[in-house]
Design a binder for this molecule. Structure first.
Ligand SMILES: *Cc1c(COP(=O)(O)O)cnc(C)c1O
Length: 391
């Protein structure tokens, strides 16, 4: 018998033990945890839409029409008008011909990657890609080659050595670093070597690009450059689920082949209706994105002036590099004592020796929320060893 208790004890010793914090009330900057308020800087609700009255009202209004449960898979009798309308809305939003609504981003990546590549094919994957991409690659049974983060030269060399069907997959915005993939170059390399490019823009949709259309649109690219675009709806969009957008042939193919689409119960249709309302808000509301960009700029300027080591990120994901697991936990704990919730991210979510505090900013934060965080960070600065960069 495997020694589960022993393995848990080992994790605790290595500073890798994970616990779940219980919160009550809606997702918003001030969370209630154990009855006490904490100002959170770790949510992916980048636009503050998870608790937006217009989306909640859309959900409430939809319920008498749609009922609650999904009741069946899409291919039996679960494919509701509301799902169909969301798919059309997402296609329009992303400038693609068609879209397919999945229950989660994890399932979208598992289903899409394993549908588009199989035994005998090769998948090329950035080393910092999200866990759901890694798992999708494993599920596909294709050969997987991982290239160093953002290393186009290495990717191109690997592609040149490989024959057969090739798929390149990347995060649009890297979830733990916050940097944006070099999509123009990726698209060029893929075109040259006849590889299919898949971009998972979980953290770009809603946040980046004109009207929040994501990192692909921000870099001026279309369906021709990025034929397979994945996005999630539980982060900036503030509801739940995910989508794949592309040509109608691609979507038709996925309906036949994506097992995580076929063999699961349809999402409650009212969620799809609320998601349409949220997309409307996202398209209209440039002010949220503008405010968010301003918060990001202030955070970067002031935190780096304190001598914190930041990552080359212009997105709302602004990790503070720490290195050691225990130091990351200690900094997180010190911030919590001051009323802030910023979670330490440790291996295997990030590479060993690269533990960090993943600070995320949201349009729902006020300038004074950020000022308070910065003051606390300044008080806690002594907890970290001197970083490499000059103070
Ligand atoms: C969060 C995330 C996912 C998973 O999406 P869920 O809808 O939360 O399952 C997929 N890819 C990336 C890059 C992510 O950050």
């Amino acid at each position: 018998m495997r020694d589960f208790e022993g393995e848990l004890a080992q994790r605790k010793q290595a500073g890798l033990y994970r616990t779940r914090r219980q919160i009550s009330g809606p997702q918003q900057p001030v969370l209630t945890s154990d009855g006490k308020p904490l100002l959170s800087f770790c949510s992916n609700d980048y636009l503050g839409l998870a608790n937006h009255p217009a989306n909640i009202e859309a959900l409430r209004n939809a319920l008498p029409e749609t009922g609650l449960g999904g009741a069946s898979s899409h291919l039996i009798c679960g494919h509701h008008d509301a799902h169909h309308q969301l798919e059309q809305r997402l296609a329009r939003f992303t400038g693609r011909s068609s879209a397919l609504f999945f229950s989660t981003g994890y399932m979208a990546n598992m289903g899409v990657i394993s549908a588009l590549a199989g035994r005998g094919d090769t998948i090329f994957s950035d080393r910092l890609n999200h866990a759901s991409i890694i798992d999708g690659c494993i599920l596909s049974r294709a050969k997987v080659r991982r290239y160093a983060h953002g290393d186009m030269a290495e990717l191109e060399a690997m592609l040149a050595q490989t024959s057969g069907h090739k798929l390149v997959v990347t995060d649009g915005v890297f979830s733990m670093d916050g940097d944006v993939a070099r999509l123009k170059e990726l698209a060029r390399v893929c075109r040259t070597h006849d590889a299919l490019l898949v971009v998972d823009d979980a953290h770009g949709i809603g946040v980046l690009g004109p009207q929040g259309r994501g990192s692909v649109a921000e870099q001026g690219m279309s369906e021709e450059d990025v034929p397979v675009l994945i996005g999630t709806l539980g982060k900036a969009v503030g509801t739940s689920g995910a989508f794949v957008a592309g040509s109608s042939v691609l979507i038709d193919y996925l309906v036949q082949k994506a097992r995580t689409y076929i063999y699961t119960t349809a999402m409650p249709p009212a969620i799809a209706t609320a998601t349409c309302a949220s997309i409307d808000l996202i398209e209209r509301d440039d002010e949220r994105r503008q405010h968010l960009r301003e918060l990001v700029a202030v955070f970067r300027e002031q935190a780096s002036a304190m001598g914190y080591e930041l990552m080359p990120s212009e997105t709302p994901i602004q990790p503070i590099m720490v290195g050691n697991n225990w130091s990351a936990l200690e900094l997180s704990r010190a911030l919590e004592e001051r009323g802030f919730l910023v979670i330490a991210i440790r291996p295997p979510t990030v590479p060993a020796g690269e533990a960090r505090l993943r600070v995320t900013l949201s349009a729902a934060h006020s300038k004074s929320d950020l000022d308070r965080l910065l003051r606390a960070l300044s008080e806690c600065r002594h907890l970290l060893a001197e970083p490499d960069i000059a103070v």
